[in-house]
Design a protein around this ligand. Structure first.
Ligand SMILES: Cc1ncc(COP(=O)(O)O)c(C=O)c1O
Length: 425
């Protein structure tokens, strides 16, 4: 039965029962974590050969000794692999270090200090960034640190609300960018439609130095179904806006997070501008890691095969969460959630005003969830409704316990809210 149709007396009875359940959980002294999108050990184990297989030839196809200094934009082998995997021209790619987030931070820092395409540094303007919400907390933390004003853009089933985006960027030259996770978005698992990608490529922007931060972190992270994302590079080339795109990708959720290989790509002119700054910043990134990663996969097909195995492991975890939500709360009208086809997260929406209390109750019962509000700029979820569930890291047994506890906490928080509201009426 839907909770909202229950009387205060019925709700109070239910609250009593759930309270007993909740207090029992607390006495078990559990320590469970569903807060971050970390791969489980079983996923990491699938890449162990990267470490186990020695590099028997350090000389790259271009005759470069990968043990030594040099090659600013990455060895050809790994550039070619990323190029064919993501369908981006080789010449538009620079291979970075171990983290795409680091490349994103540096991209913002470069724009803050130097600007782009000869325009004023972003640090000297009243820079505003469009942020599709809910979104990735670490993107928002970067924008906040640079003092860029963040503007919430609601997500639709096809990606950010493009009518709103187009209207805003057409009118305001201080709106300098939008930050996107276009496939299996973090946290909603939404895939941008072809029309969204095309509209982003061709929209009129008042800011001449407008950038699209295209963080394609989950480009090949299919779980239930494979979605194909329209190619923003070829579309923007068609409209002459390719320097607008700054594309990020890494092998963090493919091999080892924090020890993988990251990539940045941009249009013909802007990539050269980035390269100049890179040349001052470093003599080159870790080519041995690039070579090891290439030797492990050989080509794009090798990466895709590997992703199927990772997808199967994740599917088990997604199934546990989705089946439990179906069983425990689907008929109660207290939670909406997305069934993502890939990515790393399941994003849930409580009734307004119940997310932070649910997260608090869970924490007190030994289950750490991503903080309520974390998926919005300034930690401000206007509805106090969204919670990001990250099922990858716990074992299946732990995850089942965790999601059971989540359901108890959600029910308690919602019942208490409803009682309060009904008593005030
Ligand atoms: C959307 C998104 N971008 C970037 C990252 C971090 O990637 P990296 O490890 O390459 O810095 C994550 C990690 O969860 C992510 O979800």
């Amino acid at each position: 039965m839907k909770y909202k149709y229950m009387s205060v007396e019925e709700l109070k009875k239910l609250e009593q029962r759930l309270n007993i359940e909740y207090e029992n959980i607390k006495t078990s002294n559990l320590s469970l974590d569903m807060s971050r999108g970390k791969p489980a050990s079983a996923q990491l184990d699938l890449s162990n050969d990267i470490l186990a297989k020695p590099i028997d030839n350090y000389i790259t196809s271009e005759g470069i000794d990968s043990r030594n200094y040099g090659i600013l934009d990455g060895i050809t082998e790994i550039k070619t692999l990323f190029s064919s995997l993501l369908d981006i021209p080789n010449k538009n790619i620079i291979i970075g270090g171990n983290s795409s987030l680091n490349l994103i931070y540096d991209a913002f820092a470069r724009l803050y200090i130097f600007g782009a395409d000869g325009s004023e540094p972003w640090g000297k303007c009243k820079t505003k960034i469009l942020c599709p919400v809910p979104g990735y907390d670490r993107h928002f933390a970067i924008c906040e640190e640079f003092g860029f004003e963040m503007i919430n853009i609601p997500m639709t089933d096809e990606g950010p609300d493009m009518d709103m985006v187009e209207n805003l960027v057409r009118e305001d030259e201080n709106i300098k960018g939008i930050i996107c996770v276009p496939l299996y978005s973090n946290p909603d698992g939404i895939c941008y439609s072809d029309s969204t990608v095309e509209r982003l490529s061709c929209m009129q922007t008042k800011a001449k130095d407008f950038k699209i931060f295209w963080d394609n972190a989950y480009a090949i992270h299919h779980v239930y179904k494979e979605h194909k994302l329209a190619n923003i590079f070829s579309l923007s080339k068609k409209y002459g806006t390719d320097d607008r795109i700054i594309y990020f990708f890494s092998t963090s959720k493919i091999t080892f997070p924090g020890s993988g290989v990251a990539m940045i790509a941009s249009g013909d002119n802007y990539i050269e501008e980035i390269k100049k700054h890179f040349g001052i910043q470093t003599i080159g990134h870790n080519k041995l890691n690039q070579l090891r990663t290439f030797n492990f996969f050989h080509n794009a097909e090798g990466v895709k095969e590997h992703m199927k195995k990772l997808g199967d492991l994740l599917k088990e975890k997604f199934d546990i969460v989705l089946n439990t939500l179906d069983k425990e709360v689907a008929d109660k009208g207290i939670l909406k959630w997305n069934k993502p086809d890939g990515g790393y997260f399941i994003s849930v929406f409580t009734l307004p005003g119940c997310a932070s209390e649910t997260v608090k109750l869970a924490r007190e019962a030994g289950l750490v969830l991503t903080g309520a509000g974390a998926t919005y700029p300034y930690h401000n979820d206007p509805e106090d409704s969204n919670i990001r569930l990250a099922p990858s890291y716990p074992t299946c047994g732990e995850l089942q316990k965790a999601i059971d506890i989540f359901c108890v906490c959600l029910k308690l928080a919602t019942i208490r809210k409803l009682i309060e509201q009904k008593e005030q009426q």
